[in-house]
Design a protein around this ligand. Structure first.
Ligand code: UD1
Length: 420
């Protein structure tokens, strides 16, 4: 297990190229199960989660190769329709294979994901939606066992807007007989990217990018290529890295539109932000102001940026309240930030952060992907040396984060070893 050693206090400055979006890639890859053929996904990031999805698809008979940022999937030989617990427990997005397998092959056996480090993460909406489309679904020994002769279009209304359920139902409905309407669909950019990919494969989807999707099922789809959208959470994390170190950084290959909620809060905190259609430059002030945020569904402030924002608020002036309305228990980073000297109190689903604290280096433990990111950010500004243990979490979702941070002036190194 690797760890990071960070010596804080360096102001970051320079340019960073943002990688393709993890959460878009994890939706596009299983979509390739919907039609046999060769798919090329450009700008695919090199991440552990992408490796996990590749391994899962390989067990089903998909040929997967990565070369120079292009992931090639050959899906003509799919012969197994199962996502075993060993894969799903590593990465919940494995559940994305359920809709495509069911739609194309009429059956799927997918392990129930269970909870995760920050609490329960149900898949009831995925199951209810597929049942609406005519699937027979049983839960047996921890597995979702689904069958359908041919799925039938239906009207689906999600009580909660869910990224995963929208993706899964959309992938099932594109091959169903007749039309499906999904109301209160997720409008996260990664779902829009998935819808556009499905359209490129021959799907008929109206309302792409809105919360009402109308899908007219077709009999067959065909393989297609995609350019992966930039990772808005990686970008947001680097913006906070610039802000927390009072730096000046330009991000390249991004879509600032996807980051509006984060950019406006950074401006409220005193940062100057200049955008072009594909880049963004942030200049941080000497003293940041505390700004409350509430993580909510897109286009709200992303829950995947909540931990990083909490770290930033620990060194801003005044008290700020960071609330998560999506995952009420997603605060595993807080006790670790407190070990670095942050003053944070948890009240239900909110962190009350008394800012301007001087952070000091210590050993801290990663618990999940975004919590790890928040600890690295805190380490960048903490006095002395911070050791972030169990960084395998960070490798799930950030491509070469220490190299990218080093290139803009951070003092961070990865140390490999067993005992961490
Ligand atoms: C996706 C992202 C994750 C992000 C999250 C919210 C991927 C691979 N992961 O996760 O990084 O944090 O969106 O932006 O894209 N819910 C139910 N029943 C369900 C499904 C969800 O009640 O069947 C609830 C969840 O508990 C949560 C809310 O819906 O409160 C949103 O979750 P959802 O959008 O489904 O998250 P994921 O797709 O798992």
């Amino acid at each position: 297990m690797d760890k990071f050693i960070i010596r804080g206090g360096k102001r970051l400055s320079g340019r960073v190229k943002i990688s393709g979006a993890k959460n878009a890639t994890l939706a596009l890859m299983p979509a390739a199960l919907l039609a046999g053929g060769t798919y090329r996904l450009k700008d695919t990031p090199v991440l552990r989660d992408v490796a996990t999805m590749s391994a899962l698809l390989r067990t089903m008979g998909v040929k997967v190769e990565a070369h120079d940022g292009v992931l090639t999937l050959e899906t003509s030989g799919v012969h197994r329709f199962e996502a075993p617990y060993e894969h799903v427990k590593k990465m919940r997005a494995s559940v994305y294979v359920l809709g495509p397998l069911l739609a194309r092959y009429g059956r799927a056996k997918v392990s129930l994901p269970g909870g995760c480090a920050w609490g329960p993460r149900p898949v009831n909406l995925h199951i209810e939606g597929l049942r609406k489309l005519g699937a027979t679904i049983e839960l047996d020994k921890g597995y979702i066992i689904a069958h359908a002769d041919r799925l039938q279009g239906a009207r689906i209304h999600f009580d909660v807007s869910s990224v995963g359920a929208t993706g899964n139902i959309m992938m099932a409905a594109v091959l169903a007989r007749g039309s499906t309407v999904i109301q209160n669909a997720a409008i996260e950019p990664e779902i829009t990217a998935l819808a556009q990919f499905l359209v490129a494969m021959g799907a008929k989807i109206q309302g792409v990018g809105t919360n009402r999707l109308e899908i007219e099922g077709v009999d067959v789809l065909h393989a297609a290529d995609a350019d992966t959208i930039p990772d808005r959470i990686e970008a947001g994390t680097f913006l906070v890295a610039a802000a927390i170190t009072r730096g000046e950084v330009t991000l390249e290959r991004i879509n600032p539109e996807h980051l509006t909620a984060v950019i406006t809060r950074l401006e409220d905190a005193g940062c100057a932000v200049v955008t072009t259609p594909t880049s963004l430059t942030i200049k941080a002030p000497e003293e940041l102001r505390g700004v409350d945020v509430t993580a909510a569904i897109y286009p709200g402030f992303p829950t995947d940026m909540q931990a990083q924002w909490t770290a930033l608020m620990a060194v801003a002036k005044g008290t700020s309240v960071v609330t998560d309305s999506i995952y009420l228990d997603r605060f595993k980073h807080v006790p670790e930030l407190i070990r670095l000297g942050a003053e944070i109190e948890l009240k239900e689903n909110a962190a009350i952060v008394r800012g301007s604290s001087r952070l000091t280096g210590a050993k801290v433990m990663s618990t999940d992907l975004r919590a790890s990111a928040s600890l690295i950010l805190a380490g960048l500004v903490a006095e002395g040396m911070t050791e972030v243990l169990r960084v395998y979490h960070i490798d799930r979702g950030y491509e070469a984060i220490e190299q990218k941070l080093r290139a803009i002036g951070a003092d961070i190194e990865r140390v490999s070893g067993e005992e961490f």
